[in-house]
Design a protein around this ligand. Structure first.
Ligand SMILES: C[S@@+](CC[C@H](N)C(=O)[O-])C[C@H]1O[C@@H](n2cnc3c(N)ncnc32)[C@H](O)[C@@H]1O
Length: 327
């Protein structure tokens, strides 16, 4: 089953009659296992942004969920299969951005029963490059510093043999965003319309901040879905790696954060989600729809960066969402 939400964005353009360019954005959520991305047409998506389900620590409440009941090998195999399908669906020169954290295992966890970190991000990068090295290259990793003092997926703040050496363990307060580019020649039909390219321009402060290799962003309050990433993450990646009017795919769409930000930025989106338990009991499909639809209608874009000009609602939104992280 597919749920579609159609939204329209306008770009102001003084050179065009009427002064506005209309951008219709379609947001399609497939209530299906992400493995079905295999059925999508090849070379049709402009960007993939996602955070896959955690391995073994979070139960999203569905039997068919990836990760919770899987061994590490199964988890990696399933991710490889789904990301292989995403790579196939991507257009050449388009990017695959995967937010993933490493995982802490307690000293009580069999079979080794010794404290350890499972380097999931490194394993995934290695896995994808080994399997799809002819199709993709690795562009590096953004370190997401979660700016929090509370417990994260890495355990408590003081761990191990405190106050004595030699077995203290890190307070893990970081996740990773691994970046890949699909190889191949860009087809002439995929070259962006100059007006849409202009509308996608980033400001200098945005460029400087977004292309840092470390992002300081507080985690999202987990008030509805249990593992949402903050809006600033898809917002930045969408601005960095796509053009207004492009289509963004999230294979593990969750509450729809990627789709929502795609809509706010004048991009279309496709999501896959098998369902999850919500924190407040709202039916998950309803929550998703509400999140994608809200505020999304008729967001004006401007192609001028106005010194002294009044900010559009879009620019004001960007300011609000990023003000804590700008230099
Ligand atoms: C880490 S959450 C994504 C959260 C999302 N980024 C957000 O901000 O709301 C991972 C999601 O993947 C979903 N999921 C688990 N296995 C799946 C599968 N095989 N296909 C599609 N979705 C799946 C879970 O239900 C969960 O909602």
């Amino acid at each position: 089953m597919v749920q579609s939400v159609k939204l329209t964005n306008f770009i102001s353009d003084e050179e065009r009659p009427g002064g506005r360019v209309r951008v219709d954005c379609l947001h399609e959520i497939h209530f299906q296992d992400a493995v079905n991305i295999k059925k999508m047409r090849e070379n049709t998506v402009d960007l993939v942004i996602t955070s896959p389900p955690y391995w073994s620590i979070k139960d999203y409440g569905r039997e068919e969920q990836l990760g919770f009941n899987d061994t590490l090998n199964e988890y990696m195999r399933k991710l490889r299969e789904i990301f292989g399908a995403c790579i196939r669906a991507l257009k050449p020169n388009s990017k695959l951005c995967i937010n993933i954290g490493d995982q802490f295992l307690r000293a009580s966890t069999p079979p080794k029963k010794v404290y350890q970190i499972i380097p999931l991000h490194a394993m995934l990068i290695n896995n994808l490059l080994t399997a799809f090295g002819d199709d993709i290259v690795y562009l590096g990793t953004i370190y997401w510093n979660k700016v929090t003092r509370s417990k994260t997926s890495g355990g408590g703040q003081i761990m191990g043999s405190y106050p004595f050496p030699k077995s203290g363990y890190f307070f893990i307060n970081r996740e990773f965003i691994a970046l890949f580019r699909k190889l191949g020649r860009v087809k002439p039909k995929d070259k962006p319309d100059p007006i849409l390219k202009q509308a996608s321009r980033m400001t200098l402060p945005e460029w400087r901040e977004f292309f840092k290799d470390t992002w300081k962003i507080p985690p999202a309050p987990q008030d509805t879905h249990m593992a949402m990433f903050p809006e600033a993450i898809p917002l930045r990646l969408i601005k960095m790696y796509s053009i207004v009017g492009n289509t963004i795919l999230d294979p593990f769409t969750g509450s729809g954060t990627t789709n929502r930000m795609a809509g706010l930025l004048g991009r279309s989106s496709i999501g896959y989600e098998i369902g999850f338990e919500t924190k407040d009991g709202t039916p998950w499909k309803k929550l998703l729809k509400k999140k994608i639809e809200v505020e999304n209608q008729q967001i004006p874009f401007t192609i001028e960066e106005g010194r002294g000009k009044k900010k559009t609602r879009h620019e004001a939104l960007l300011d609000v969402r990023n003000s804590y992280s700008y230099p």
